[in-house]
Design a protein around this ligand. Structure first.
Ligand code: ZN
Length: 145
């Protein structure tokens, strides 16, 4: 990890550069960062799940590209579009990723459940928020290799 180690709070956006950091803290930041990516994805997947429950017959192109099928039942194209518009980051997520929803949703939920405790009660917390775990900024994380 390049020193100083960069951290960011995903809640308030507070950033810090740390010169003094031990291996346990470095390990935590790597784990919390990958956890946070999965957690963000799980939020999107839950929204997709809600759309499919309310509008099982949706023909929305972005949704159907992940379910690979059009279901039977109620559809409201405008309402589906509105939910996607109102969910920050969801449109980009749907447009830029490729997966099968029925397989991805349980896999991500399981992975989040497995690391949740370690990260939520973790050793690196935001001094401003108090309870919120810290992560590595995306560019810095990528530079860690
Ligand atoms: Zn914070």
């Amino acid at each position: 990890m390049p020193i100083p180690v960069q951290t960011v709070c995903p809640e308030c956006g507070d950033t810090k550069a740390l010169d003094q950091i031990n291996d346990e803290q470095k390990q935590f930041l790597l784990e919390s960062t990958s956890y946070h990516e999965l957690y963000t994805e799980l939020c999107h997947l839950k929204t997709i799940d809600q759309i499919l429950r309310r509008f099982p017959g949706t023909k929305n192109r972005l949704i159907v590209s992940k379910t690979k099928r059009i279901g039977d039942g109620h559809d409201d194209p405008e309402a589906v579009k509105q939910i996607i518009r109102d969910s920050p980051g969801l449109h980009d997520f749907l447009a830029k990723s490729s997966f099968l929803f029925s397989a991805r949703f349980p896999a991500v939920a399981k992975a989040v459940g497995q690391t949740e405790g370690n990260v939520q009660d973790g050793i690196m917390k935001c001094e401003r928020c108090g309870h919120q775990y810290l992560i590595l900024p995306f560019d810095y994380y990528m530079a860690c290799g």
